[in-house]
Write a protein of this length. Structure first.
Length: 310
């Protein structure tokens, strides 16, 4: 999805987790193999998107939040065009939504399995251990053998461990997907330092040769942090802590670039937005119009080949 095959060499490859690519490759075989992969990838992404949206809608219903509004906000979000592209967003959205809904309903085996799929699709999937773990801890007093109920939590850990073994055997470095960050112009940093730097110089990287939309990424980070703080304030600790971790992790890379894309799968953020705007028509309309306007801009930039927005 970034460049032509063979362009990316060395450690950059190991930043990409295998589940989505593996699924598209296997599904492409009956249709002619690699030449069919782009079309099959779009179809697979659309399928995952529909599953993800249906599960997100059910999660919103369970929480008594306007369910169709959550879906509308997610589809209008500035980076939602990735959901029908040959990228991992749809698969991450579907597996994350299933994990969160299953955990809320105390179906921890389903939650753990979905979290394992999310982990194999993109590294931050391992963060689903936070909401699942918090829900498990909350139910410890009512379970006769609570430690047995913790076994599903090992599934995403085992998935990441298996992947590290494979990468280690291939590259000699089981953490190659972490150590390759410099090849993507990223480095370790404290999340608040990254955010403070972006706020001090909001237009530092915005120029015609790169089209970095730093103000949009900064706003997405602030929105993710604000909605996470709201959830924690409302004592929705599982979703609040998870949403906070989803924003803090990319901020720890030293750049706000692409946070607009990463927050696309921040389901807690959309649940909060729907809960707050659902009671105020003017606010709901303003947010949807703002999202849709930026979506049109970013879709146009992506369509003409400006990939730095991803």
């Amino acid at each position: 999805g970034y460049w032509a095959p063979g362009f990316i060499e060395g450690p950059q490859n190991w930043h990409f987790f295998p589940a989505y690519g593996w699924a598209v490759a296997r599904l492409s075989l009956p249709f002619g193999g690699p030449p069919a992969a782009p079309a099959v990838g779009v179809a697979f992404s659309l399928f995952c998107m529909v599953i993800g949206l249906l599960v997100v809608r059910q999660l919103a219903r369970d929480m008594h939040i306007p369910d169709l509004l959550v879906v509308a906000l997610l589809l209008a979000y500035p980076s939602s065009f990735f959901l029908n592209a040959v990228y991992t967003e749809s698969m991450v959205l579907a597996s994350t939504a299933i994990a969160l809904l299953a955990a809320r309903r105390r179906k921890l085996w389903v939650a753990g399995l979905a979290a394992a799929v999310a982990t194999l699709t993109r590294g931050p999937g391992i963060l689903l251990l936070l909401p699942i773990g918090i829900i498990w801890l909350d139910g410890m007093r009512t379970r006769p053998r609570p430690w047995l109920a913790a076994i599903p939590l090992t599934l995403p850990i085992a998935a990441l461990g298996l992947l590290m073994v494979i990468i280690g055997n291939t590259t000699g470095d089981p953490l190659a997907f972490v150590h390759d960050l410099p090849s993507w112009n990223r480095s370790s940093a404290l999340p608040w330092e990254t955010l403070a730097g972006a706020l001090r110089r909001p237009f530092a990287d915005v120029h015609p040769s790169t089209w970095y939309l730093t103000p949009v990424d900064t706003a997405a980070a602030l929105l993710g942090l604000a909605t996470s703080a709201y959830l924690i304030w409302r004592r929705q600790f599982a979703l609040g802590v998870y949403g906070l971790a989803l924003v803090a992790l990319p901020l720890s890379s030293g750049l706000v670039a692409a946070i607009n894309r990463y927050t696309l799968v921040n389901i807690p953020m959309f649940l909060v937005l729907a809960s707050i705007t659902g009671r105020r028509e003017w606010l709901r309309t303003s947010v949807l119009i703002g999202f849709a306007t930026l979506l049109g801009l970013e879709t146009a930039l992506f369509a003409v080949g400006v990939h730095s927005i991803d």
